[in-house]
Ligand binder design. Structure first.
Ligand code: ADP
Ligand code: MG
Length: 375
């Protein structure tokens, strides 16, 4: 019998609000934490065993704190909590005993809302609480990112973990990727978010991301010949881009990166000025830039944004592709005037235009709080 009561933690999913592909270029990105996420219930054990289970998943994991090795197949999901334990131990933190962890989630997995970061941070918070570990939020973000990079094997940036960890209701999370700084930015109360997912999975998505990374690296390399002090592509002055061949792919990627980074700053100023129309203009401009300059959109995403842009008088403030692109989802920021029937109309018109594509889905979400202990 274990007398120590269970503790419960939660961490939300997230949407990339604006700052498309700015993260690995040393730029800024704004994310929004959702009112949907993952909850963990943790009970300490007197032995060194680890027992993980999840409401959504049949396969339960049993292992030991002394043997943290990546799992595969139906137990691959356990790599998220295992990875957290691994990086904590590697960083020299003391985890006294094993534990039982049970997860519940109301976040669709693999839908681009970052259920993986939510499960990582809910786990990390639970392990910290069980072991009296006092880590800053920044340390938690970096540990969770390391777990996903090194143990799960996904080379993600820090957006997902930072927004899940620092999130706050009615706020955005601003991440400055050049100096790993995080802050929250107030959002007007009562705004709504809609995620229209094309459910389109581009078969070449990984190689397309690598290509964009390489193009951005190349642009920086060329620009540094003209300005050796330039550290990050996102920080280049727009006049400096003259050094890139006019009309070339690399020039367009660089233009997107620099202008998108400026838009992040402009969105923050427009929010401070309570100018939601300007925020909306910037969101639509971000989409156009991803489509025309970074070229990571697909016709299905463009259709969704175009249909939503036509509904500005029905409560749509702005819309843009969110995440890596080449498939995936569009997010829309709306007032409460935009309703489920309006969203239904968007889906219907979309299906009419793309009869051969996957059926799209739509999720209505609000902002929510970041990683926390419950009760
Ligand atoms: P995303 O983070 O966009 O949702 P990922 O592919 O990065 O997509 O992460 C999804 C994976 O996270 C799932 O395949 C599963 O392994 C794990 N996961 C997410 N939520 C849960 C959950 N509630 N229980 C167990 N595993 C989960
Ligand atoms: Mg993920």
């Amino acid at each position: 019998m274990n007398a120590t009561p269970a503790i419960r933690t939660a961490s939300p999913g997230r949407i990339e609000f604006i700052g498309n592909h700015t993260d690995y270029n040393g730029g800024q990105v704004l994310g929004v934490s959702l009112n949907l996420g993952v909850e963990a219930e943790a009970t300490p054990r007197e032995d060194r065993q680890l027992h993980f289970s999840s409401d959504g998943i049949a396969a339960a994991f049993k292992g030991s704190l002394d043997e943290l090795v990546p799992q595969s197949g139906e137990l691959a999901w356990a790599n998220y909590p295992l990875g957290i334990l691994k990086v904590l131990l590697e960083a020299g933190h003391e985890v006294a005993s094993g534990c039982d962890l049970h997860f519940r989630s109301n976040l669709p997995t693999g839908a681009g809302l970052s259920s993986s970061a939510a499960i990582e941070l809910a786990t990390l918070e639970a392990i910290c609480q069980l072991n009296g570990l006092d880590l800053s939020r920044k340390e938690k973000v970096l540990l969770a990112q390391r777990a996903e990079n090194t143990f799960v094997g996904v080379p993600c940036g820090m957006l997902d973990q930072a927004v899940s960890c620092f999130g706050r209701e009615d706020h955005l999370v601003r991440i400055d990727c050049a100096n790993t700084a995080f802050e929250t930015v107030p959002l007007a109360h009562g705004l709504h978010f809609w995620v229209f997912n094309t459910n389109h999975k581009h078969s070449l998505v990984d190689s397309m991301y690598s290509r964009r990374h390489a193009e951005c690296r190349k642009a920086l390399e060329i620009l540094r010949q003209a300005d050796p002090g330039l550290q990050h592509l996102a920080h280049a002055r727009i006049e400096l881009l003259e050094h890139l061949e006019a009309g070339s792919d690399i020039r367009r990627r660089a233009e997107h990166t620099v202008l998108e980074n400026l838009r992040v700053q402009q969105v923050i100023q427009a929010l401070e000025a309570h100018n939601l129309e300007e925020v909306g203009d910037l969101l639509f401009a971000s989409h156009a830039s991803s489509r025309d300059l970074f070229e990571n959109s697909i016709p299905e995403l463009d259709t969704l944004v175009e249909l939503l842009q036509g509904l500005r008088s029905h409560g749509v403030i702005g819309a843009r592709l969110t995440g890596g692109g080449f498939g995936g989802a569009v997010m829309a920021l709306t007032t409460d005037r935009f309703s489920s029937p309006d969203a239904g109309n968007v889906l219907q018109l979309y299906r009419h235009r793309h009869p051969g594509s996957e059926a799209p889905t739509c999720l209505h979400v609000r902002t929510g709080n970041g990683t926390r202990r419950l009760d």
